[in-house]
Design a protein. Structure first.
Length: 100
């Protein structure tokens, strides 16, 4: 069992001095105090996760906007004659060799 190899109330001898003091502080608390502390920190974790998700959603929207803008600009260039210019150039490759 992995829990037998970590600092815990059952294995306080595996804790460094700092963790021992912290563990002893928590062990001196009643269950209700511990529950309030745990609930508070779990709420903080949820808030952090929610903020992260909102940030990622914002980044996704930015990315989608940039992608759409890029695609529109590229399409405009291609529709503006780029494709035709390339086809004319390709058709003249043989002519350039003939001139040499």
């Amino acid at each position: 069992d992995w829990s037998s190899d970590v600092c815990s109330p059952k294995n306080i001898d595996l804790c460094d001095d700092e963790k021992k003091k912290e563990l002893e502080k928590y062990m001196a608390m009643d269950v209700e105090e511990l529950k309030k502390l745990i609930d508070g920190q779990e709420d903080d974790l949820k808030k952090i996760e929610e903020e992260f998700k909102k940030s990622v959603e914002g980044l996704q929207k930015l990315y989608e906007g940039y992608t759409k803008d890029k695609e529109e600009k590229m399409a405009k260039l291609k529709d503006g004659g780029l494709g035709l210019m390339k086809s004319v150039k390709a058709s003249r490759k043989g002519e350039a060799k003939d001139e040499l």
